[in-house]
Ligand binder design. Structure first.
Ligand SMILES: C[S@@+](CC[C@H](N)C(=O)[O-])C[C@H]1O[C@@H](n2cnc3c(N)ncnc32)[C@H](O)[C@@H]1O
Length: 246
């Protein structure tokens, strides 16, 4: 089964939210003011764009291919401008944005060269791009891989690893600034909310593994959480790749 974000949009916000630490890092790293133009590439239901706009009063735009996801984003905040687009076409003029970011999107993009070319076109020279993703090592270290082993295989197949992303960006005139790793090793409570996220297939990888593995893993996870055998775990972390357009 393929990932259908129009379908996922119906429940996405029940199970997914923005990571406020990531937004803090954007604000720390980039001088964002009410004059700044910021693009959220693959904005989904606008969770990051909404919070960033409210905190900074910047002009925040979202590009998103799925109609369902876009509708949710636009309904969230009247100050957001959310338009249809993808890695092949971002419907804005050259040199429009001061800052572009993307959270949990890069594994859906089939052609990184084309994406970096298109983002490089709409980003101002000297502007920053931040890609929030997971390395292959971080994918292997997700605590729930023991319940759903194929998720690691599937995700390492579709997530480009960090060096590959940097290499493709450099081919399109981006300079690598730094990688920032967040959350790694952080203790996280595992509650019924996480079980609910899995029940709703709130991560797209659950649509891509065999159904029998998904059902067996879910049952084991439900048992472990409900009996108190699994109360907490360690976060495998995320990687923020910072790039500057030369
Ligand atoms: C896991 S969601 C993340 C949404 C949002 N960035 C967030 O963090 O909440 C992935 C998003 O990427 C979008 N997407 C898929 N293919 C894309 C492409 N080629 N270009 C841009 N966005 C894409 C999907 O429609 C979906 O909304």
């Amino acid at each position: 089964m393929q990932v259908n974000y129009n379908e996922i949009s119906k429940t996405y916000d029940q199970v997914r939210a923005e990571n406020r630490d990531v937004i803090d890092l954007f604000i720390d790293e980039v001088r964002i003011s009410d004059q700044s133009k910021v693009l959220d590439f693959g904005c989904g239901t606008g969770n990051y764009a909404n919070t960033l706009q409210k905190r900074t009063k910047a002009q925040v735009y979202g590009v998103e291919p799925s109609d369902g996801m876009r509708e949710k984003a636009a309904a969230k905040n009247p100050y957001l401008t959310v338009v249809k687009g993808n890695h092949e076409h971002i419907p804005f003029a050259d040199n429009t944005f001061d800052f572009v970011y993307m959270t949990d999107v890069i594994h859906h993009v089939p052609d990184l060269g084309m994406m970096f070319r298109e983002i490089g076109r709409v980003l101002k020279n000297g502007g920053l791009l931040c890609i929030v993703t997971e390395s292959h090592e971080q994918i292997d270290n997700r605590f729930y891989v023991k319940y759903f082993p194929t998720t690691a295989t599937v995700d390492k197949g579709r997530y480009p690893d960090i060096d590959e992303i940097i290499g493709k960006a450099q081919e399109q005139s981006f300079q690598h600034v730094k990688n920032v790793i967040i959350g790694e090793g952080m203790e996280i409570p595992v509650t019924i909310d996480f079980v609910e996220l899995v029940r709703n297939k709130g991560y797209s990888m659950f649509h891509l593994i065999p159904e029998d593995e998904y059902q067996a893993g879910l049952k084991q996870l439900e048992d472990d959480v409900c009996t108190g055998r699994l109360k907490k775990s360690r976060h495998s972390g995320e990687t923020l790749i910072w790039l500057r357009l030369l």
